[in-house]
Ligand binder design. Structure first.
Ligand SMILES: *[C@@H]1O[C@H](CO)[C@@H](O)[C@H](O)[C@H]1NC(C)=O
Ligand SMILES: *[C@@H]1O[C@H](CO)[C@@H](O)[C@H](O)[C@H]1NC(C)=O
Ligand SMILES: *[C@@H]1O[C@H](CO)[C@@H](O)[C@H](O)[C@H]1NC(C)=O
Ligand SMILES: *[C@@H]1O[C@H](CO)[C@@H](O)[C@H](O)[C@H]1NC(C)=O
Ligand SMILES: *[C@@H]1O[C@H](CO)[C@@H](O)[C@H](O)[C@H]1NC(C)=O
Ligand SMILES: *[C@@H]1O[C@H](CO)[C@@H](O)[C@H](O)[C@H]1NC(C)=O
Ligand SMILES: *[C@@H]1O[C@H](CO)[C@@H](O)[C@H](O)[C@H]1NC(C)=O
Length: 681
């Protein structure tokens, strides 16, 4: 309300003084003519009428003053003007602002540019005999950080550059409930300013208001300021006008329109009559223009080239990460690291689908083909020789193709990492389906899986051009595809961990506890027969739904021993997975249990070959054990058990006992985890 009151007061006083001083100054400029104002320094009037106080050169000064002084004593005035500040192109913040200035003379000899605004100098800054009052519209932080702290601010300076009052440029939009909006003084087009001086009566007061274009004068002034009653800054007669200066920072400062009324209300400028600000040209000659265009085009081209080169370097160094050795170049199964990196989204944790003994496995989609792959990343810490052998190995393994194998698509070497690319098999591993899954594998599915694994293993052992020993047959290495067919994975990989070592070293035992044939721990020599042993354990796992080694009541129970124990207790079907709910084909179950025990026979000579295993499973041959068994139901279980026990399996029990069988392993192998382990590298 007080603002409104003061406004009404001003109105009343203005009217009184208008009536009594009918000859008071009252002018309105919508654009300027050279003769209208006294121009100094760099100031020019543009052909369209815009008054330019400074251009964007450094350290220039410009003044434009009304040619005659006005009688300020015992007077009030109101003024409205529109200015525009355009910083030098590409310079960010310009400088140093412009000021509505009241001074005893329209000229300032010896004044400095920059923050002295072309009004003061080092020698007279702050001298009370200056009699200068400036309303400053500043775009840089004041030279006096204590007072002019806002970059975009309005302040009132008296006799020097020390601000008496200072405020960030803002206005109160109509109906905004007290929330001010910033007014950008520079680089945001024309800005309106109003200065109302109330110099009649007891207190003298300045009201400074700013607003963007298109807004009528806000009711509340941004910065009301009371001039000290005893201040003698304002003389009886003062010149009024504008000052501006540039420094290291520079701007073009324009005044587009100005109305002023002594002892009355200044005419509100008709904004549509104001001249615009033309786009500044560094040079007016057309030759210079062409040169600028040429330079600009050249710079853009150069920039694009540099960006392209940087991108190329980045692409080679960072994205591809790889420097190929000659032996790598021609390898048909070699992937580019970049491709795998992209496929697995940078080996992101969310893409990880498993963590095996040899490394983490990620799901990936190859960017080139869109095919799903499983990508295994192995920290090899290998020598170059090892890498070379590895590559050769993978190259040959890459040629293996069988429907029950997880086909190896390729490989890649990156620093110390080996990356192996496989077919992606969606349903997870057999062990997770057997032990963790909520859905139960039916016997039909299980028997199909068993036969499939046998078929894949036979292919590795006998049907390919070379004998490939898997070395790590186990349920977690059997993956199940969409049609519930098994795919044996990770074949031959374990051997990679033997490379560079004497192959007869007994310490080079590789495999997974519970699946390691006894002779392997003694000789360290993997063979097709040690694979058969592990396959036998796998058969028992599938039939019994129990892991190869189960920790029960603080002791490790070996699956084979447990099955034999069940047999000795009189009923080997006790060992069958309870989750099957007795829904299985008895003959097939007998066959699987019997074959499992036979394959995992402690004596390698007693184990069948994979070819024989496949024949038994397909029913092409009868397991010798079950030859000439009576076909009548009731006594068969006993008969089968008796036959199996005849195999000498009980030797195993007699040899070490159930728990010590495990300790037999652990003492000969040393500390092992229940996952695959390497050979002490
Ligand atoms: C400005 O100068 C021009 C040319 O001398 C003149 O016609 C015009 O009236 C002047 N304007 C004002 C507001 O004095
Ligand atoms: C700015 O004005 C000064 C003086 O009028 C002149 O010497 C300079 O060339 C001008 N600079 C530009 C960029 O126009
Ligand atoms: C300046 O004054 C001249 C002469 O009176 C006039 O022709 C011209 O249009 C004026 N220019 C502006 C910008 O007012
Ligand atoms: C201003 O007005 C007061 C009272 O009306 C008067 O005493 C004083 O001399 C005036 N000042 C000037 C500079 O005219
Ligand atoms: C202020 O300026 C006046 C006139 O130029 C001069 O005589 C005086 O010495 C200056 N005072 C100071 C403190 O510099
Ligand atoms: C100022 O002049 C304008 C015309 O140029 C006029 O409309 C207005 O009433 C005048 N104002 C005063 C306070 O004399
Ligand atoms: C502003 O000037 C334009 C163009 O001369 C005119 O049409 C309009 O009525 C004026 N507006 C005011 C508020 O005087």
């Amino acid at each position: 309300m007080s603002t409104l009151n003061s406004l009404i007061l001003i109105l009343i006083f203005s009217t009184i003084f208008f009536l009594s001083h009918s000859s008071d100054l009252n002018f309105t400029f919508h654009g300027f003519n050279d003769t209208n104002l006294t121009l100094q320094g760099a100031t020019v009037t543009k052909p369209n009428g815009a008054l330019r106080l400074t251009n964007t050169s450094k350290s220039v000064i410009g003044h434009a003053f009304y040619p005659s002084p006005i009688r300020i004593a015992n007077s009030s005035f109101t003024t409205h003007f529109v200015f525009q500040i355009n910083p030098a192109a590409g310079a960010g913040r310009g400088g140093y602002g412009l000021a509505f200035t009241l001074s005893p003379a329209p000229a300032f000899p010896g004044a400095a540019a920059e923050h002295f605004m072309g009004v003061f100098s080092e020698s007279n800054d702050g001298n009370a005999s200056n009699h200068v009052l400036m309303v400053e519209f500043d775009t840089v932080n004041g030279y006096n950080e204590k007072t002019d702290s806002e970059g975009n601010h309005v302040s009132i300076n008296v006799n020097g550059m020390d601000s008496k009052v200072s405020k960030a440029a803002a206005y109160l939009p109509e109906g905004s409930r007290g929330k001010e909006e910033e007014v950008y003084l520079e680089n945001h087009g024309p800005v309106q300013a109003w200065i109302d001086y109330h110099g009649i009566g007891i207190s003298k007061r300045f009201d400074v208001t700013v607003a963007p274009l298109g807004v009528s004068k806000p009711i509340r002034p941004l910065m009301p300021w009371d001039l000290d009653d005893n201040s003698d800054v304002l003389l009886e007669n003062m010149y009024i006008g504008f000052s501006a200066a540039t420094g290291e920072k520079s701007s073009s400062h324009y005044i587009l329109g100005w109305s002023f009324c002594l002892n009355g209300i200044a005419t509100q400028l008709n904004l549509s009559l104001l001249p615009g600000v033309e786009v500044e040209k560094a040079s007016s000659s057309s030759g210079g223009r062409v040169r600028i265009i040429l330079i600009a085009t050249f710079s853009v081209a150069l920039f694009v080239l540099v960006v392209f080169l940087i991108a190329m370097v980045f692409y080679r160094r960072v994205m591809r990460f790889e420097v190929l050795e000659d032996w790598e170049v021609d390898a048909p199964h070699r992937f580019r690291y970049r491709e795998l990196y992209v496929a697995t989204k940078g080996f992101r944790g969310s893409e990880k689908i498993g963590e095996g003994g040899f490394g983490a496995v990620y799901r990936g989609v190859l960017p080139t083909t869109g095919g799903e792959v499983a990508v295994k990343k192995i920290m090899a810490n290998n020598s170059l020789q090892g890498m070379r052998e590895f590559a050769a190995e993978i190259e040959s393994l890459g040629k293996l193709r069988h429907k029950n194998l997880v086909n190896l698509q390729g490989w890649c070497k990156h620093k110390n990492e080996l990356v192996i690319v496989y077919d992606y098999v969606p349903n997870g591993s057999l062990d997770s389906l057997l032990y963790n899954s909520s859905s139960v594998l039916s016997w039909e599915q299980r028997f199909n899986i068993i036969k499939g694994v046998a078929s894949g293993l036979l292919y590795l052992h006998e049907e390919w051009e070379q004998v490939v020993i898997h070395r790590d047959v186990k349920s977690s290495n059997v993956l199940i595809d969409r049609d519930m067919n098994p795919r044996l994975g990770d074949f031959g990989l374990a051997r990679l961990y033997d490379h560079g070592k004497n192959s007869h070293r007994t310490t080079n035992v590789v495999g997974t506890i519970g699946y390691i044939a006894p002779e392997l721990t003694r000789t360290g020599q993997a063979s097709t027969s040690t694979d058969v042993f592990a396959y036998g354990i796998l058969l028992l796992e599938v039939a019994c739904g129990r892991a190869a080694v189960v920790c029960e009541a603080h002791r490790n129970v070996i699956l084979v021993d447990w099955v034999v124990e069940c047999m000795q207790m009189g009923n080997m079907f006790e060992a069958v997975d309870g989750k099957l709910n007795s829904a299985y084909v008895v003959e097939e179950m007998e066959l699987v249990l019997g074959l499992g025990l036979l394959c995992s026979h402690p004596k390698a000579e007693s184990r069948p070959t994979m070819r024989q295993v496949v024949k038994y499973l397909n029913g092409d041959e009868i397991l010798p054990l079950f030859d000439r068994l009576s076909s009548a139901g009731s006594r068969r279980a006993d008969e089968v058990t008796a036959r199996l026990l005849e195999l000498g399996l009980s030797d195993r029990i007699g040899f070490t006992g159930t728990t010590s069988y495990y300790s037999y392993y652990s003492s000969s192998i040393g500390a092992m985890s229940t996952t695959s382990f390497g050979s002490g590298r």
